[in-house]
Design a protein around this ligand. Structure first.
Ligand SMILES: [Zn+2]
Length: 277
């Protein structure tokens, strides 16, 4: 190991810790979220490298901004993230574990298919966050993905809107484009670039759709015994709420992992079919 390499690796650790501390200061994560974020960030920057980390960072910053954006308005609707939007370890792991796993596969198994899957995983996490936070502001209420003729309240699991889908596609395009210019998938030629972008965008949309379908069908949904509202949370108004649908263990975080995992899987399959990796 040369001196340059040592300095490089020390810098990587310092940068991740630096962004971690900044994130807790800005209220983007709580203490448990900080620890989970450090683990994910270190895996990505140490095994993937600086460019892989920049992709993850773009998600983190975007998620923070969009969650804080019009926070008071979303809270007035009762659909905002709790604790001022500071994410806990569950939220950080749910959004980051698939991407971190793809980094590990790329480092130890090898092959650019993992890089594509990594981009799809980050894009799906970003797409879901954007769709949720921006979709909440859709002028018309969302429709249930499994029964599109049914209008549901904003924030309902499985509710989708055109604005939300547009935001997801945009997330796929942004992450795909960043991945290309940062050289995360180095062997993609310029001719293949359009196809490559398409794979990331389509995988993102598949991930967000799977997320919504699981959200509409098997995700736990409760009714508050105090205020009568439907909620994803097992506790509402300080009292345990009644399970009215789905399975108790399938909460929002589990749904997220399935959605993001589907996006990664879609990217692996699509790139094999199209001969990209
Ligand atoms: Zn309540």
């Amino acid at each position: 190991m040369t001196l340059i390499t040592v300095v490089d690796y020390v810098l990587r650790v310092l940068v991740v810790v630096g962004f971690g501390l900044l994130s807790i200061r800005k209220g983007l994560v709580d203490k448990t979220g900080l620890i989970a974020g450090l683990v994910i960030g270190l895996i990505v920057i140490l095994l993937g490298g600086w460019n892989w980390f920049l992709i993850l960072l773009s998600f983190h910053i975007m998620a923070g901004l969009v969650t804080k954006w019009r926070y008071d308005y979303k809270r007035s609707l009762g659909v905002a993230e709790e604790k001022g939007g500071a994410r806990s370890w569950k939220n950080v792991l749910a959004n980051g574990i698939v991407a971190a796993s793809m980094t590990v596969f790329e480092a130890f198994v090898g092959g650019q298919v993992w890089a594509l899957a990594y981009l799809a995983a980050v894009a799906a996490a970003m797409g879901d966050t954007l769709a949720t936070e921006i979709g909440l502001l859709n002028p018309t209420p969302p429709r249930l993905i499994t029964k599109p003729w049914r209008i549901v309240e904003p924030g309902t699991s499985g509710g989708v809107s055109l604005l939300g889908y547009t935001a997801s596609a945009l997330a796929g395009a942004i992450v795909g484009f960043l991945g290309y210019i940062l050289g995360v998938v180095p062997e993609v030629s310029e001719i293949d670039f359009a196809l490559f972008l398409l794979v990331v965008v389509v995988s993102t949309i598949i991930g967000v759709t799977v997320d919504s379908i699981i959200g509409a069908t098997v995700q736990a949904q409760y009714r508050c015994t105090v205020c009568g509202k439907l909620t994803e949370k097992p506790v509402h108004c300080g009292k345990p709420a009644r399970l009215v649908k789905g399975y108790e263990w399938i909460d929002n975080h589990v749904v997220n992992i399935f959605g993001i995992g589907s996006a990664a899987l879609a990217a692996i399959l699509l790139s094999a079919i199209l001969g990209l990796a």
